[in-house]
Write a protein that binds this ligand. Structure first.
Ligand code: ATP
Ligand code: MG
Length: 781
């Protein structure tokens, strides 16, 4: 066939070109971040079509996310210079398998219109089975079993294939209930997520004719991010490629970050064994990042054992060093990054101006997003959260907030509806209807409706008992919110001299404590603690992060108002936005400017990976650090905070061990202007980065704090360069009577009373207020 123009080949380097032009047989493109693997893969698709090797619908191309699939489709169109008439088999493993399974559903005992259960449905179903078996689901939670079954499905294990080593799973009942669960799914004409692949693997394994048909149909197979495939995906690919073996996989063993979800980096290492005679292409030129960024990333990943090892080089000019900065706490970190983003957008950092679209913030744990979202909403900085809902839209946050809403305003029926059976209290639709009717008949809200229903003994059994406990709880929390009733009413005197009736004394607990009490006593916290799914710890952390956010407000109502206002303000609009996402969601992406906050031991690397024996978890965290740094094209900023609110309390945080692994010569240590009096950086000998970074902690160490509170040290008695570090996190305050101070919200004032860490301050604008010492700093004007 006459050769068509091939402009898409021109921009490629020889190694990429080889990977594109080697169309027949197995090809493995194994290369580091930013070396143009995805680009070469895309060009290969175009080349296959352009040379007439395959029609668009004969190419099977697997990407890791739907977003990546859309982008690849667009790029293929752009490279071809014409829109393609559809590539039905370009998508994620799941998207492709749904399509296949609909065609062959009957072979899996399903109808083609089967439904796909979400996690909630899946759990409900498992719970029914567990209950029917008389298993105590408090001891053996359904979620635990769900996790085990997912793990089996990731390894392509049907119930009859569970290995002896797993026989003890779920109190020796795992495999048996797994079988029941699969049978029940069939009756319901349903699958769960893991089934999509599992069914297709089984169908291919047991129906050779069908497998052959697809082996012929999919003339070429291409897989991006191959290092993160699990066993089931691997088997599926191997089956499909088993005929012609025209399979091209691209990946980077250093970017394997889904081991916790069953991915096996070993798949990439055994490719050459499975496909003898495969062409292995190595790409070494990085087109994404500056030399400093690349060197910093390479320095970190060098700490891992058993790597394939790769050299990376770039023609890019020097550029900026990686920037490292320490902050007082997470709020301060968010404030600084917000300021920095604005400054970079205006081009006032001595760098070229960047657009908001150019910038991203990549966090280790999703609860870290809260501080950024709050700050950005406050200063009106447009942002988008990629790969998940925004913080205040998350399920667990809405649940927790609904509890607060019911307690602060009992008329909030929507909030009551949300929490009445969350966690499960045996108050299903029937019970809820009865409450609704009682409320409507008496023209009152649902809380009162429930009270009336109970008084009439209108709800018996477990549900009745639980509802009574809930209503008692709401009453108790509401009384804590407003303080105890004073009976008989005391006379008190207003400022203007007139008497008022005091019905309630001052609250006995702070609103933060109250929030914790509500979440504990309602069983909501325990609900997530008992949850054994992988996402449960994250949800629990989010809830704790919410409680922490409360601390910045005077009371619960103020906080709820803040949230409803910011949520109302921030309707998704057009225009440029800063991207916020987890490191996991950032795979394959690139941004000129990247912020990597929260580099502290226990957060990144995660506590879990540090507690684990062996290096496996830690090495996966290190790969995640590598993924993070290599997303940056021009400016990469790593930050850490000296204090984090973890597990419900403030803790000293140590800078991440990964900071220590950054090669010093490629890093600039920045000085946070307001915090260290400007000469912090200069005052400290830069022996190692870690030490330099750790110095930020010095004035915050328990030892220093003790010293400080014993001597009643003042700002100006601290070592030079630490002038403003009088803010005390836990101990009694270090302020003195009459001292001039500054408060974020109330501005300047003078201290007129000291009571532990609570200070009374006469503010110039806001009047006399009691505030917590930690929100004050010495006024340095
Ligand atoms: P990751 O491992 O992070 O997924 P990757 O190896 O897939 O990275 P790409 O995303 O394909 O890398 O490419 C990185 C950047 O380099 C992209 O902006 C891409 O357009 C550019 N690039 C790739 N190859 C070339 C080339 N030959 N010439 C110029 N730019 C290139
Ligand atoms: Mg890529």
């Amino acid at each position: 066939m006459a050769a068509r123009p091939q402009p898409y080949l021109e921009g490629l380097n020889p190694a990429q070109r080889a990977a594109v032009e080697q169309m027949d047989g197995p090809v493995l493109m194994l290369a580091g971040a930013g070396t143009g693997k995805t680009r070469a893969l895309t060009a290969r698709i175009v080349h296959l079509m352009n040379t007439g090797r395959a029609r668009p619908n004969e190419i099977l191309a697997v990407t890791f996310t739907n977003k990546a699939a859309r982008e690849m489709k667009n790029r293929v169109g752009a490279m071809l210079g014409q829109p393609i008439e559809g590539m039905p088999w370009l998508g994620t493993f799941h998207a492709i398998c749904v399509k296949l399974l609909r065609r062959h559903a009957e072979l899996a005992g399903l109808k083609s219109n089967f439904t796909i259960l979400d996690t909630d449905d899946q759990l409900r179903l498992l719970k029914q089975l567990i209950t029917a078996e008389g298993i105590d689901d408090k001891r053996w939670p359904a979620r635990m079993l769900a996790g085990i079954i997912d793990g089996w499905k990731n390894r392509a294990l049907t119930p009859d294939k569970i290995p002896a080593a797993d026989a003890g799973a779920y109190n020796h009942r795992g495999a048996e209930i797994y079988a029941q669960y699969q049978a029940r799914l069939k009756e319901l004409n349903a699958t769960d997520f893991g089934d999509l692949l599992l069914h297709m693997v089984t169908i291919f394994q047991t129906h050779e004719d069908i497998l052959k048909q697809y082996q012929r149909w999919f003339k070429y197979i291409l897989v991006d991010e191959y290092q993160d495939t699990n066993v089931a995906q691997y088997l599926w690919l191997r089956l499909l490629a088993g005929g012609h073996k025209n399979i091209c996989c691209v990946g980077d063993d250093d970017q394997s970050i889904y081991g916790w979800r069953g991915a096996e980096v070993g798949n990439i290492l055994r490719f050459e064994k499975d496909f003898p005679g495969s062409h292995v292409v190595r790409l070494e030129q990085n087109y994404r990042s500056t030399p400093h960024i690349l060197a910093a990333a390479s320095g970190v990943i060098a700490g891992n054992q058993g790597r394939l090892g790769k050299t990376l080089w770039t023609e890019a000019t020097e550029g900026e060093k990686l920037r490292l900065i320490g902050h007082w706490d997470g709020e301060e970190e968010a404030r600084w990054i917000g300021d920095e983003v604005e400054a970079m957008q205006r081009g006032t950092r001595g760098l070229r101006p960047f657009s908001f679209d150019d910038m991203s913030i990549l966090v280790r744990a999703s609860h870290q997003m809260r501080a950024f979202e709050d700050r950005f909403l406050t200063i009106g900085l447009p942002y988008r959260v990629i790969g998940g809902p925004r913080f205040y839209e998350r399920m667990e946050i809405r649940d927790a907030m609904a509890y607060f809403r019911v307690v602060t305003s009992p008329d909030d029926d929507l909030a009551f509806e949300r929490i009445v059976n969350t966690p499960k209290r045996g108050l299903g639709n029937v019970a809820q209807q009865k409450i609704q009717i009682a409320a409507r008949e008496n023209g009152t809200n649902l809380v009162e409706g429930a009270r009336i229903l109970l008084a009439q003994n209108g709800l018996g059994g477990k549900g009745g008992k639980e509802l009574r406990l809930l209503i008692e709880g709401i009453d108790r929390w509401a009384s804590k919110l407003r303080g105890p009733r004073i009976a008989p009413p005391d006379e008190a005197v207003l400022d203007d001299g007139g008497p008022i009736r005091m019905e309630f004394g001052p609250p006995e607990v702070t609103h933060v404590e109250l929030a914790e009490i509500i979440l504990d006593e309602s069983g909501y916290t325990a609900h997530w603690q008992n949850d054994k799914t992988p996402e449960a710890p994250g949800r629990l952390e989010n809830v704790k992060e919410l409680v922490k956010a409360l601390d910045q407000f005077e009371n619960l109502q103020g906080f709820l108002e803040h949230v409803s206002l910011i949520m109302d303000n921030e309707k998704e609009g057009e225009g440029e936005k800063v991207s916020i996402m987890t490191l996991h969601a950032a795979k394959g992406l690139e941004f000129p400017v990247v912020f990597l906050p929260g580099w502290e031991d226990g957060l990144f690397p995660s506590q879990r990976s540090m507690d684990e024996s062996g290096q496996k978890g830690l090495e996966e965290e290190r790969r995640l650090a590598y993924v993070g740094i290599t997303r940056a094209e021009e400016i990469c900023t790593i930050s850490f905070a000296a204090n984090r609110f973890v597990f419900g309390q403030w803790q000293n945080a140590m800078p991440s061990r990964f900071i220590d692994e950054l090669p010093e010569e490629h890093v600039d240590v920045l000085t946070p202007p307001g915090l260290y009096g400007g000469n912090f950086g200069a005052a400290m000998p830069k022996s190692t980065l870690h030490e330099t970074a750790a110095e930020a902690n010095v004035y915050n160490s328990p030892g220093w704090r003790r010293l400080q509170s014993r001597s009643g040290a003042r700002a100006d008695s601290q070592p030079s360069g630490a002038k403003n570090m009088t803010i005390d996190m836990t101990a009694s305050s270090s302020f003195t009577m009459g001292e001039r101070v500054f408060h974020q919200k109330f501005g300047y004032g003078a201290i007129i009373g000291i009571e532990g860490d609570k200070l009374e301050v006469a503010f110039e604008k806001a009047g006399d207020k009691k505030v917590v010492a930690r929100f004050l700093s010495a006024a340095d004007d």
